[in-house]
Design a protein around this ligand. Structure first.
Ligand SMILES: Cc1ncc(COP(=O)(O)O)c(C=O)c1O
Length: 358
């Protein structure tokens, strides 16, 4: 099989060992004579999987089950756009708009209650996000919560530091969770669709501070949208996404073995290599402001159509896949999640240099 260099934005590359172990489990799960696709979610074998996945998730975040509750949910991060306000929005929430996904979160919250826009990225064409100092000056006090998207998958911007929000914080970490060090203890609710640095599409992780659970709004809630129902049922209020959770466990184990420290160093190296190459290039232009360039999704454009054509051709020849920009913004986007190797990035930067000088 020809190896592709997968720069896709998600679902995306996972470690090859995870693919192999997951494939084995589809054929014969832990020597049980059953496929992971056919075992009951109530079986002892799967209950052990989900418990281990929950414990490992909290461990990798440096959190404890004494203070935090981890859930494996359905519905993607998009359902969390609705569930977060449904459960926590009472008098008013503050939102920080830094791109397509935060805008979607805002649209859902507005259907439920009062939303204040604390920062509007549209005013800077989504090229930058507030830095630590600018965040400190935002009026973040007195809200039920502040919502922020840590990494903007489509525009390629990322918050480097955001530990100073004046109200409880709800963070969408779908595209940069476990990519570097974060002090997860400072946030009240974190959610992330699995399909980037956690595992395959299907499950969505939600981690809530136990104290924050007490602030869930009293309304006659629909059961499937009530965090408390999922907590009481240990993420089994209905049939969970068995395969996605199992494969996420494999990936979390890989992450634990590698360590976040090594992953983080590696991600910094990959991003530096690509940004340096773009900065030096005559024809390739990075999109995001220097201070807040994402390490996960690197966006760029090529103004000259002939250069773009030559670049596309070379990418095809070298089996680079998933590099086109999001359909809403165009251009190019190299997503470089944890499992993507430095060697794959080197193949891409060689192509950029080659095309630039052709
Ligand atoms: C930051 C961010 N939030 C939310 C979403 C939506 O996730 P889902 O497709 O799981 O609903 C995405 C998808 O790429 C994303 O990157």
């Amino acid at each position: 099989m020809i190896k592709s260099h997968n720069f896709g934005a998600g679902p995306c590359i996972l470690p090859s060992t995870v693919f192999e172990e997951a494939a084995e489990a589809v054929k014969n799960f832990n020597g049980s004579g059953l496929s992971i696709l056919e075992i009951s979610h109530r079986s002892k074998a799967f209950v052990e999987v989900i418990e281990e996945a929950r414990d490992l998730l909290l461990k990798l975040m440096g959190l404890s089950s004494k203070t935090h509750t981890a859930l494996f949910m359905h519905g993607g991060a998009s359902l969390q756009f609705a569930m977060a306000p449904y459960n926590f929005l009472s008098k008013g929430a503050g939102y920080i708009n830094t791109g397509v996904w935060s805008k979607k979160a805002i649209a859902e919250a507005k259907k439920i209650g009062a939303v204040s826009l604390l920062f509007d990225g549209e005013t800077v064409d989504y090229k930058s996000v507030p830095n630590k100092k600018e965040l400190e000056t935002l009026p973040t006090k007195g809200y039920d919560y502040i919502h922020l998207t840590s990494n903007n998958t489509i525009y390629g911007t990322q918050f480097k530091e955001f530990d100073t929000l004046g109200s409880p914080s709800i963070i969408d970490m779908s595209s940069d969770i476990f990519s570097t060090f974060r002090d997860y203890s400072q946030f009240d609710l974190i959610y992330a669709g699995a399909q980037k640095n956690i595992g395959p599409a299907g499950t969505t992780i939600v981690v809530i501070k136990n104290q924050f659970i007490e602030q869930i709004v009293s309304r006659n809630q629909l059961s499937m949208l009530d965090y408390r129902k999922h907590i009481e049922a240990d993420s089994m209020f209905n049939t969970p996404t068995v395969f996605s959770i199992y494969t996420s466990l494999l990936n979390l184990k890989w992450l634990e073995e590698k360590t976040i420290s090594v992953i983080s160093e590696n991600n910094a190296k990959k991003a530096a290599l690509l940004y340096d190459t773009l900065d030096k290039s005559a024809h390739f232009k990075g999109f995001a402001g220097r201070e807040c360039r994402s390490e996960m999704n690197i966006t760029f454009t090529i103004e000259n159509p002939a250069i773009a054509e030559a670049f596309d051709l070379k990418c095809k020849e070298e089996n680079i896949v998933g590099i086109k920009g999001h359909r809403l913004v165009g251009g190019y986007r190299a997503s470089m999640y944890n499992a993507l190797s430095l060697e794959s990035v080197k193949v891409l930067t060689d192509i950029i240099e080659y095309t630039d000088n052709a």
